[in-house]
Every structure is written in structure tokens, then in C-alpha cells.
Design a protein around this ligand. Sequence first.
Ligand code: HPA
Ligand code: ZN
Length: 334
Amino acid sequence: MKTKQLIKKLPKAELHLHIEGSFEPELMFKIAKRNKVKIRFKSVAEVKKAYAFDNLQSFLDIYYEGAKVLLVENDFYDLTFAYLKKCHEDNVVHTEIFFDPQTHTDRGVPFKTVITGIKKALKDGKKKWGITSHIILCFLRHLSEEAAFKTLEQARPYKKDIIGVGLDSSEVGHPPSKFQKVFEQARNEGYLTVAHAGEEGPPAYIWEALDLLKIKRIDHGVRSIEDKKLIDRIIKEKMALTVCPLSNIKLRVFNTLKDHNLKKLLNQGVKVTINSDDPAYFGGYMNQNFEETAEALKLTNEEIVTIAVNSFEASFMSEAQKKKRIKQCLALLK
Ligand code: HPA
Ligand code: ZN
């Protein structure tokens, strides 16, 4: 089967997606107008021109700015529903989305408004397209642990809707150890844990995320390759990496896709997955990430199917659901 056709037919799970990062400029303008919020760009083309980044921080500055037009429940509904439509088009059958409550609550938008809009869209996406999902609450690591505790408190009434907590935003200078206590409390309350680590930060941050935050998956984690002992542990523990190839190029983690270490990691036995991270900002949703990576790194059909299988294995779906999806993936190799 041709690569493109295989990618299209493969059922996939997305495990690293910031819902605020799926905010397309067209929808941003529509919502800004509806909410009578001024944005500094005159046109969609002008916005897209501004999406040229030097590093993670230069992206985050514009990402938080874009999120400011989101005010009411319907905005979060439209944002999430638009992303699910892309999932449907790309045969992403399961998604575990991140949201950043502090980006909104710090502007006076209630936690309830955010989570209710997201939840309603996920429910409709399940009804319309059969897409299953989970929600992961991310703490902003450039803020204090005290602020994260406050957010965890605000999440309490919605505990049943939130499967886990994560850690995102500016990595360097904000190590996982800064959030050890709040992650411990989250685990005690029954949340699963994940964390961005080793995107720009050193392997030491990945060790901390594993040892102190007791994470179930490593978000990004591409810098693990610099530490042989760490790689051995990741392989032994079958710890998945939620890799985001187009994001890594846009944020200059690698110069080009050909330089990306995804295939090296995969061939060493690391459970690698492919994800879109912030697709509205980084130039592509799931299949675009698969296609461009497959082409640049000359991934075989077996490797492409393995990556999709990994996405289900590393997901928080039920074991029965995982089994069903993995069978569908493997059938495409016959
Ligand atoms: N890294 C860290 N924080 C983020 C990202 C990312 O890729 N996207 C949105 N917040
Ligand atoms: Zn991310």
C-alpha cells in the first residue's frame, strides 16, 4: 500500500494536543468579532505571517495572546468541535486533549465555562463521529506551584471528567521538581500524570518527571537520546514518548525533519507516537505529521503501523478498546 493511503486508512490515537493550539486564525477572527474583542492583526494572512518562531517561548507568547479571545462556553465548544472535525478527517478515532485552565481563569474566565464547553463538544464528537476522548488538565510551569494547587482545587467538581494532569509552557528554568507536591496530591486524588519534558529541557528533567512526578507518558522527550542510561530505562519500562515532529521543526528543536531523531528512537525500541501538539500554529494535523515524517525519515509501512499501534497502547483507553484498535491497525499490513 502507498504510504499516504496507509496513513489515511490507519486508525490513530492522538496523545499530545493542546486544544488552545488548534485555534485556527479563521475561527479566531470569527470569535473575536462575536465577542467584540480587538486583535492586533488585520487579516488571517497577517496572523499566519506572525507564526514564525525561534524557540518555544516565541511561540508561547503568541499562543497565549490568541487564547485571549476565548470568553464564553460556546467559544470553547466551537474550538473543540473544529478540532474533532479534523480528527474525523484524519481518522483519529481517539484523542486525549490538554487544556490550560490557568490561561483562562487568570483572565477571569471561570473554570466551569472552559471545561463545560470542551466537554459538550467532546460529547457531540462522540455522537457524530464516534471519536472517543479524555481530558488532561495542564499546569503552566512558568507559574507557581501554589497557583497549580489552586487550579487542582478548582478542578475538583469536574474530577470525573478529567483523567489526568500534565505540565506545559516554558520548560527551561521550570523543572518538574517545582511541581512535585501538587503532582503527588493529584495522584492521591486519582489523576494519572504526564509531563512535557526533554523538548528544550535537558535529560535531567525527564529523570525528574519519571522519578518525582511518576508520569505515565513523556510529552516530547526527544532529548532523552542524549542519555544512554535514560534511554535504557525508557525502553525497559515501555514508557511512551508523545513526539510532535512538525512542532519540533517549527520551534527549532531540530533544523529539518530529516534531522529528527524519531526513527532512531523507534529503532532502538522506544515506544514512539506521532502527534500534532498545536496544529493551527505548526502547520499540520495528525496525518500531515505522519506523512511528512514518513517521507523525510523514509519510514516503512511496518514502522508507520507500529507508531499507530503505540498510540493505542500508550493511551488511557480500556484494554478491550485498545485490543480492538490494535487489531484494526495490524490488519492493514496484510
Ligand atoms: N510545549 C510546551 N508548552 C506548550 C506547548 C509545547 O509544545 N504547546 C502548548 N503549550
Ligand atoms: Zn505540547
